[in-house]
Design a binder for this molecule. Structure first.
Ligand code: FMN
Length: 395
């Protein structure tokens, strides 16, 4: 390959320069400091916190103060904020910046959960372009030199797309990158992400990076998304569940693209963990969770949701899986893990591919008359929308 055909793999988000254009997607209940540290050990890029609600941060609830804490090895630090009120979001951003909690703030406008959209929050919010703009402007302003980005879906449903106008408004407000999960709220997590929307966004937004998100399960998928859409970087969520080593594959794929590695070198680096490697990583993940929660019992309860993802495709019987799903101490976990055949090799395709949330399309729940106007000023919902922050569980 001649150097002239190489595409630059680096990604800059404001002052943050990343070696590879890879972002760990914020995932509520998953991307805490424990999981981020684990992923970072395998790869490079930006690792976003799980979502923090602005009200909980302003109220400084102990859980939220724990969630915004980073380990010293985590640099650059990245926190995702969610909120529906410009003033509260600005106060939350000021806390993060003035008290030096982060190097980057991402804003979440993509939640499809009916409890949230029914009140006008999540993926329903950008429909009210005036409110969206007000929130983004207030956070960019409050964040000062700290770069702010937004993450959104395509819109409410195919008849009510919001992403292009919202992205233009966010670009105008001074955000430093825009990430698109190429599904609508109605799509939920069903079907395939519509990567053509990422291409359209990339054509529309020219002054800042566009990051593509949705259905990247491998390094090859990541390069294919870049090739098909022209996006400047990729955001990877479910693909890394139970596979933190995916970040090594993603980094290697982009380093081949940039000429830093040969294809043969990348094949040599490609993760093919034996069952023993998986057992060690599951154990380490639990240890990091115990450090994060300061509570071994809570760590053992939290790791349960990861067990099936880690063991996907490996020859592990039902009893062991059930035992790990009820384990209460690291010592008990060690006893169960010791019964596995640690030499069992990587099962290949059976351990790869889709995992995590899926499901079928849903009719989005919205406040009464929400779709009648693109302006919140025209609707009678101002009072209700505050409740859209209460039951939020991610994206
Ligand atoms: C368990 C889970 C929690 C999530 N929580 C958040 C969140 O807090 N904030 C957000 O912007 N998106 C959230 N998402 C959406 C992901 O960031 C991502 O946009 C989505 O999973 C699509 O990317 P993927 O196909 O790589 O998984 C969540 C997704 C999952 C599966």
């Amino acid at each position: 390959m001649s150097t002239s055909t190489l595409t630059a793999p680096k990604l800059s988000i404001g002052p943050i320069a990343l070696d590879v254009p890879v972002v760990l997607a914020p995932m509520a209940g998953i991307t805490n400091t424990a999981f981020r540290r684990l992923c970072r050990e395998f790869g490079a890029g930006l690792y976003v916190s799980e979502m923090i609600t602005s009200r909980a941060l302003v109220e400084r609830t102990p859980e939220t103060m724990r969630l915004i804490t980073h380990h010293p090895s985590e640099t650059p630090r990245s926190i995702q904020l969610y909120g529906v009120d410009p003033a509260t979001m600005a106060t939350a951003a000021r806390i993060l910046v003035d008290e030096d909690h982060t190097d980057h703030i991402d804003m979440n406008f993509g939640c499809p959960v009916p409890k949230v959209t029914r009140k006008g929050g999540g993926a329903a919010l950008p429909w009210k372009l005036d409110l969206f703009r007000e929130i983004v402007e207030s956070v960019v302003d409050a964040a000062g030199d700290i770069p702010v980005t937004v993450k959104m879906r395509k819109g409410i449903d195919t008849d009510h797309l919001t992403y292009l106008e919202a992205a233009r408004a966010a670009e105008g407000a001074g955000v430093k990158a825009i990430a698109l999960h190429a599904r609508t709220a109605a799509d939920f997590y069903s079907g395939h992400a519509d990567w053509s929307a990422i291409a359209t966004l990339k054509e529309t937004i020219t002054s800042i990076p566009v990051l593509g998100n949705g259905d990247i399960w491998s390094g090859e998928d990541a390069l294919r998304m870049v090739d098909e859409t022209g996006c400047d970087g990729v955001v990877v969520g479910r693909g890394c569940l139970g596979r933190p080593w995916l970040f090594g594959d993603l980094a290697a794929a982009f380093r081949v693209r940039s000429g830093e590695l040969t294809a043969d070198e990348a094949v040599g680096l490609r993760a093919a963990p034996s069952l023993g490697d998986v057992a060690r990583t599951l154990r380490r993940h639990t240890e990091l969770l115990a450090e994060f929660f300061g509570d071994e019992d809570r760590a053992c309860r939290d790791i349960r949701k990861h067990v099936a993802w880690y063991l996907k495709g490996y020859p592990v019987g039902h009893e062991v899986r059930a035992g790990l799903s009820t384990v209460k101490t690291l010592e008990a976990m060690d006893e169960i893990l010791a019964t596995l055949d640690w030499s069992a090799p990587y099962p290949g395709a059976d351990a790869e591919g889709p995992r995590g949330r899926a499901g079928s399309p849903k009719n989005p729940s919205l406040p009464d008359r929400w779709l009648e106007s693109r302006s919140l000023a025209d609707a009678s919902v101002r009072a209700d929308i505050a409740e859209a922050e209460l039951h939020h569980s991610g994206g």
